[in-house]
Design a protein around this ligand. Structure first.
Ligand code: 4MI
Length: 394
C-alpha cells in the first residue's frame, strides 16, 4: 500500500456530524489516502479531486458514482445514462440534455421564477419566524422545478422521497439506505410514471427529450431515463444549497446587509456558499486501469472517493478557506463537479438561488437563527432537516 491508511469512515456518524476536521486530516495525510473502513482510496485535496474529475478515461463513471462497483454489484436501479455512463454513450445523450438545459433556455424561465420568488419571500418575511428548510429552501424548488421540467401539480412530495433514496444509495447499504428504501415501491412507481411522455407538459425539457426520441437521436426508453435524471438530481440538491445559503446569511449579518444594499452580490455570494457548503459531500469514480495520482499508484477496478466539500476548503487552493467572503473568486469550486460530468442543471440551480435571494433582499431586512439547525443524516449529502429562522421584514 503506497497510500497512508486512515481510519475515517466517510459514511459514519462522526463524519456526517462534522465533515470538516476529517477533511483536514485527509488532506494532511497526503494527496491519496487508503480508507480502511471501506477498502477504498480517497482524495480530499483540491488539485487531485479536480484532476481526477477531468480524467474520465482513467477514472470512469459507469462503475457507479457511489461505493458500489457496478462491475461487481448489481445497481439498485438501472444506471443513469448521464451520471453512471462513460463516453461515447455518455457523450451522445449529454449533448442532447445540455442543449435542452442550456443557459439560454434556462434564462427564459427568469420572469416566472422572479414572480414566484417574490410572492414566497413576501409571505415568509411577513410570518417572522419560520423553518427555512420547509418554507423556503424546499418549498421554492418544489414550486418552480417541477413546472420547469413539465410535471403536473400532484405528488411532488415523491421527488423528496426519491432524492433521499438516490443520495443515500451512494454510500454503503447501511441502516440509512434501508430507511430511505422503506416503502420505496410506490415512490419508484410514481417516478417511472412521471418520466413518460404522457405525464409531461408539451413545452418543457421533458417534452424536448421526447422530441429527440421522435427524431431518432435517442430511444423512447432513453428519453424516460433522462427525465429520471432530472427528477433525481433536481430538487434535493438545490433545496440543500438554498438551505445552506439561508444558514450562511443568517450567521453572517454584515454580509447579508452588504448583499441587500447591492443585490448584484447575490450571484457571487451564492457561489461562495456553494464552495463553503457543498450539498454533495462525496462522489466516486472507478479506475479503468492502473493509474498514478500525485506519485501514488492505484490498481485497476478500484473505487476512488472524491471529497468534494473538503476540496472546496483546501487551504492549498483557497486562502483562509473557512471564511465566508462574498468578494472571493469562488466560482471554480467543485460543488457542481467539473469536466464532462459537470452538473447539467447548474444554470437552473443558479437561477433558483439568484431569484430567491434577490427577492429576499427586497423583503427581509435582517435574518437570524431562531434555534439550532437540525441536520438530516444522508450518505452523500450535507443536508438540513430543519432551519429555524427569524426575519425582520423590510
Ligand atoms: C450528483 S447529483 C446527481 C446527478 C445525476 C443523477 C442523480 C444525482 C442521475 O440520476 O442522473
Amino acid at each position: 500500500m503506497d497510500a497512508p491508511v486512515i481510519d475515517i469512515d466517510p459514511f459514519g456518524d462522526e463524519f456526517r456530524r462534522d465533515p470538516q476536521p476529517a477533511g483536514e486530516r485527509l488532506q494532511e495525510a497526503g494527496p491519496v489516502v487508503y480508507l480502511e473502513s471501506h477498502g477504498i482510496r480517497g482524495m480530499a485535496r483540491f488539485a487531485e479531486v479536480h484532476a481526477v474529475l477531468r480524467d474520465h478515461d482513467a477514472l470512469n463513471s459507469s462503475g457507479g458514482a457511489g461505493l458500489a462497483n457496478f462491475k461487481k454489484d448489481k445497481p439498485w436501479r438501472p444506471p443513469s445514462l448521464l451520471l453512471e455512463a462513460d463516453p461515447p454513450d455518455h457523450t451522445r445523450v449529454r449533448r442532447i440534455v445540455s442543449r435542452i438545459m442550456s443557459p439560454r433556455v434556462i434564462e427564459s424561465l427568469r420572469p416566472e421564477f422572479e414572480r414566484r420568488a417574490d410572492e414566497l419571500a413576501a409571505r415568509v418575511a411577513a410570518r417572522g419566524e419560520f423553518d427555512g428548510v420547509a418554507e423556503l429552501a424546499q418549498a421554492y424548488p418544489l414550486l418552480v422545478f417541477p413546472d420547469a421540467v413539465g410535471l403536473g401539480p400532484d405528488g411532488r412530495e415523491n421527488l423528496i422521497r426519491y432524492g433521499s433514496m438516490v443520495f443515500n444509495s451512494f454510500g454503503p447499504p447501511s441502516e440509512l439506505f434501508r430507511q430511505a428504501m422503506r416503502d420505496a415501491a410506490p415512490v419508484q412507481r410514481w417516478i417511472a410514471e412521471h418520466t413518460l411522455r404522457t405525464a409531461l407538459s408539451p413545452d418543457g425539457p421533458g417534452a424536448r427529450l421526447y422530441d429527440a426520441a421522435d427524431r431518432g437521436e435517442i430511444t423512447e426508453d432513453e428519453a424516460a431515463l433522462l427525465v429520471r435524471s432530472l427528477l433525481s438530481a433536481g430538487v434535493d440538491t438545490t433545496a440543500h444549497a438554498l438551505a445552506w445559503a439561508l444558514h450562511t446569511f443568517a450567521t453572517h449579518p454584515a454580509e447579508w446587509a452588504e448583499t441587500r444594499a447591492d443585490p448584484t452580490l447575490v450571484r457571487p455570494a451564492f457561489e461562495e456558499v456553494m464552495r463553503l457548503a457543498s450539498p454533495v459531500l462525496t462522489m466516486f469514480r472507478t479506475t479503468t486501469r492502473e493509474v498514478t495520482v500525485a506519485g501514488t499508484t492505484i490498481p485497476a477496478d478500484e473505487k476512488v472517493l472524491l471529497f468534494i466539500a473538503a476540496a472546496n476548503r483546501d487551504p492549498r487552493e483557497w486562502p483562509d478557506p473557512h471564511r465566508f467572503d462574498i468578494h472571493r473568486q469562488a466560482a471554480h469550486h467543485l460543488s457542481f463537479g467539473t469536466g464532462i460530468h459537470a452538473c447539467v442543471g447548474a444554470a437552473l440551480a443558479r437561477l433558483e438561488a439568484e431569484t430567491l435571494f434577490t427577492a429576499l433582499t427586497r423583503h427581509v431586512r435582517t435574518l437570524e437563527l431562531a434555534g439550532p439547525p437540525r441536520p438530516r443524516p444522508n450518505n452523500s449529502l450535507n443536508a438540513l432537516a430543519e432551519l429555524p429562522l427569524r426575519a425582520i421584514p423590510g
